[in-house]
Ligand binder design. Sequence first.
Ligand code: HEM
Length: 350
Amino acid sequence: MIYNVVFFSLAGAIGLANAALTKRVTCPDGVHSTSNAACCALFPLVDALNADLFDGGECGEEVHESLRLVFHDAIGFSPTKGGGGADGSIMVFSDVETTFPANNGIDDIVGVQKQFMADHNVTISPGDFIQLAGAVGTANCPGAPRLKFFLGRPPPKAASPPGLIPEPQDTVTSILDRFGEVGFSPDEVVALLASHSIAAADHVDETIPGSPFDSTPGVFDAQFFVEVQLRGTSFPGTGGNLGESESPLKGEIRLQSDQALARDSRTACHWQSFVGNQAQMQSEFQAAMIKLSTLGQDRSKLVDCSDVIPVPPPLVGQPHLPAGLKQDDIEQACATAPFPALTAEPGMAL
Ligand code: HEM
């Protein structure tokens, strides 16, 4: 049955969540409909995020930083050491958490998002806001899956403990153990790293801020998985930085952790499986992001507001070898299947 909602308060509507689950609700604006009345208030917020935070709907720096923030808030959770997970503690207790070495540079987007919340009188919790911004922003990237969004995280109680966020100089074992502690398999870790397809680094080599991890940082594609598997030949900037490996292209930066995960027997086959399989990469990223975005939360108390997230534009381009490079430049690491055959872009090597 379809019914109109004339007026509701967000908190009250969350209470109606379960009763309304199977019904479509036409929102008071008469334009949008959703599966739950609690979600109606989010539509104007989604528009404001795109207009005022994401430069009119781009897949640019603020989107990339917001997606990184999703991870750094959520992973602050451990069954033994504590932390509230995806609870917004990185924003509310930013004086503590932004000092963690793994959070280098995250104060930028924390500050921008705090200001946005104040300017727009945002009433959802900081934990919800961080996840909403990440999902809305990712939807601006061609080729991205439509991420799910759940509403209703309570305010954080405390800062997360230090030492829970993986760093690029960590070993594969330590990275897989950290993710494993909070329920992610090695395959899911690889899936989450599709995020590095829309990513750049400002602080790995401070002399070259904004250096992308692949040649298509504005597109959610498998190009990241191709380019990290290419033989590294030089450092794009100064070299010798903590957590950096040589990259195959001028201007491109490679994390030591990405280099190692692409070549480790526990993760290499899954890594290459995304090349030429955009649908699998999208669906596994979407599924792993549901887990990440609700870490430390009681999912039964959250309302599924996924239908407020815009539908991302389709993929542009296909995985390829950068100009001048050959299939031989791929460092084959998976023992059971060859790296997918790719054609090279026309032109000279960079
Ligand atoms: C092995 C685990 C991971 C490590 C060691 C790692 C490390 C890093 C580092 C060092 C940077 C560069 C930061 C800077 O210098 O500005 C970065 C950027 C980024 N990371 Fe990760 N990351 C990991 C996993 C993830 C996950 C799971 C996500 C999201 C689901 C994510 C999303 C991003 C994004 C979007 C950026 C780009 C930020 C920007 O362009 O400003 N990362 N990561």
